[in-house]
Ligand binder design. Structure first.
Ligand SMILES: Cc1ncc(COP(=O)(O)O)c(C=O)c1O
Length: 399
């Protein structure tokens, strides 16, 4: 983008937000709408299940679901959250990560009894036993989703994430054997999330010389993922089990996940906001739609201005790519010494900022930033059009 254009965008945002309290979390709805459309196009034949951990705003989840029939259902990050969403009118809720919290599962069972579709995740016999007990206690049947492992193990590298221990067809067989013991629960979905493709950039400058190795490993792991996911589905179907969905992928893997004929839907959240971790993929580029504004609160010396707040570093392996990036105006940078601070964030700049001027930052991950703000200020065209509460603003915190 040209410097003139970024300067125009900066001035436009400053103008729109001139009477706003800072810090503020801002959503550019025009960019969000563009992302919603572009992502729907990327999905082709597949439905998109929204990964709510990367959103954490009920109004926004509803907005995306209503925007196009391509978006269907939520991939929740906790059982309590699934119940919250269900009680707020949403349905078709997959709980992406297993839990043994009985009270939360009790509440899930109560929602299921009301006719809601909620699928807890399992990957071992113990998970099945817990679900069976909950289903028995509530005199109902619980549907569940099985997560299979999509990582690739090489002699010195685990390429992928450490999640499900279901790594081969023998493991799937033994889950199916356990499942057959319990009429109270039924296998209704399969999830195979290829994190090493979907969540790992191809050209991330923070990875340096590892980038070509990552590209090579991705290329090697894609056919293995497809093979195991397809064989798993064939095996499950051969037992006469009828699945509601087969879920794969994430924002970074649409182009390869959709080539797997066994998959019926892709999980996606981050692409809606396009945080900085998603700047470095070869197949797509979405528009930054969510960012935050801090005020310049002091000017310690020429060439440095200091902002109030800002230290919202993202989770995951420790690295510079987890640090928020100064976004607008152009030509500003964090200091080596302090980075983004708990209460103060100094910025190196040659620009003549005044006390009170806003500086905009982008988060590295998508949804986590919503845990820092009660509301999102939504802008459209040249005005603020709405404010949407985050989960935090709704008074809920799942983890
Ligand atoms: C199980 C699962 N599926 C899909 C995703 C993709 O989400 P996103 O599009 O936000 O990267 C994630 C993200 O961590 C995940 O854990």
């Amino acid at each position: 983008m040209s410097s003139n254009l970024t300067e125009t965008i900066y001035k436009r945002y400053v103008d729109i937000l001139k009477d706003q309290r800072l810090p503020a979390l801002i959503l550019d709805k025009d960019n969000l709408n563009k992302n919603i459309n572009d992502i729907a196009l990327r999905a082709d034949r597949l439905k998109i299940r929204i990964a709510s951990k990367s959103v954490r705003c009920l109004t926004l989840l509803k907005y995306v679901l209503e925007s196009s029939s391509k978006y269907q259902g939520i991939l929740c990050f906790s059982a309590e959250e699934a119940v919250f969403l269900s009680q707020n009118g949403l349905d078709d809720l997959v709980i992406a990560y297993p839990t043994s919290q009985l009270k939360a599962l009790d509440a899930v069972a109560e929602e299921v009894k009301k006719g809601k579709k909620i699928y807890p995740m399992v990957d071992c016999a113990e998970h099945l036993k817990i679900l069976k007990q909950v289903a028995q206690k509530h005199n109902t049947t619980l549907s569940y989703c099985l997560e299979i492992d999509m990582s690739m193990k090489l002699p010195a590298i685990h390429f992928g994430v450490m999640r499900s221990p279901v790594r081969n067809l023998k493991d799937v067989e033994s889950i199916l054997k356990e499942d057959a013991k319990y009429p109270e629960i039924q296998l209704k979905g399969v999830m195979g999330y290829e994190a090493q493709i979907a969540g790992l950039g191809d050209y991330n400058p923070a990875f340096g010389i590892k980038n070509p190795i990552i590209r090579l490993l991705k290329k090697k792991s894609i056919p293995k993922i497809q093979k195991f996911r397809t064989q798993t589905i064939d095996l499950i179907k051969s037992k006469g089990i009828d699945l509601d969905f087969i879920n794969g992928g994430g924002t970074g893997s649409f182009e390869t996940t959709k080539l797997d004929p066994s998959v019926t839907e892709i999980a996606m959240g981050s692409g809606l906001f396009a945080p900085t971790l998603f700047d470095y993929y070869k197949n797509f580029q979405h528009r930054p739609s969510l960012f935050y504004a801090l005020e310049v609160c002091r000017i310690p010396e020429k060439g440095i201005v200091t902002c109030l707040g800002g230290g919202y570093v993202a989770s995951g392996s420790i690295g510079v790519d987890k640090v928020p990036k100064p976004f607008l105006p152009e030509g500003i940078k964090l200091t080596e010494n302090e980075g983004v601070g708990e209460v103060q964030t100094p910025i190196e700049t040659s620009r003549n900022f005044k006390i009170g001027d806003p500086i905009f930052f982008r988060h590295s991950k998508a949804g986590e930033i919503c845990e820092r703000f009660n509301k999102i200020t939504v802008i459209e065209g040249d005005k603020i059009c709405d404010t949407w509460p985050t989960y935090r603003g709704e008074g809920v915190c799942f983890f």
